[in-house]
Design a protein around this ligand. Structure first.
Ligand code: HEC
Length: 164
């Protein structure tokens, strides 16, 4: 008979523990939702333009465009290009203004999907702002899909405008 109260106390303790656990779980659910994807940082990446010592690339993921070749996404990207005022610097249809032409097939930082992604997500030093925080990974991929869908004109100047 002496063992019974002990068991009861034990089970009471267990029950209390379960209630606390439940409260913690429920409390967890009540917390605000996890930070939006826009705040997530993509992993370190490698891409073909990286020069690697001894031919061995540093460890890093390879970025893959989830919308590659998708025309509907490219059309959305064209709208986003205007909405985010990319055209304010890069000109209408990305044809170049104070920022470089993005549709002529010539790239300073590389034209592979992952390279264009990095240009837009993190910005570039000579005046290109970082947009990753504002539009998130999917927004950046949408723009990449648009820019990669642009066809370079047949007749490309071979020189930049400069002093005569
Ligand atoms: C404030 C002006 C400005 C805005 C706004 C801007 N850019 Fe740029 N962008 C630049 C400049 C200037 C460069 C060249 C940077 C360099 O050479 O370091 C550049 C470079 C780039 C590059 C790299 C080009 C290459 O040759 O490798 C990409 C891609 C790009 N911008 C895309 C975009 C997109 C997409 C947007 C809108 C989300 C945007 N830019 C908004 C000024 C701007």
């Amino acid at each position: 008979m002496r063992a019974l109260p002990v068991n009861r106390r034990t089970s009471l303790t267990l029950t209390a523990g379960a209630v606390l656990l439940l409260a913690a779980v429920l409390g967890g659910c009540a917390k605000p939702a996890a930070a939006p994807a826009a705040a997530a940082t993509p992993p370190a990446i490698t891409y073909e333009a990286h020069v690697s010592a001894d031919g061995r690339p540093a460890p890093g993921a390879t970025l893959h465009n989830p919308h590659e070749g998708d025309r509907a996404v490219a059309a959305n990207g064209a709208q986003l290009f205007t909405a985010m005022n990319c055209d304010g610097c890069h000109g209408p249809d990305a044809s170049g203004f104070v920022g470089p032409n993005l549709g002529d097939g010539r790239w300073r930082y590389g034209g592979a999907d992952s390279e264009v992604f990095m240009s837009i997500y993190y910005g570039r030093p000579k005046g290109m702002p970082a947009f990753g925080g504002a539009i998130g990974e999917d927004g950046v991929w949408t723009l990449v899909t648009y820019l990669r869908s642009l066809k370079a004109p047949d007749n490309l100047p071979t020189q930049t405008f400069g002093k005569p």
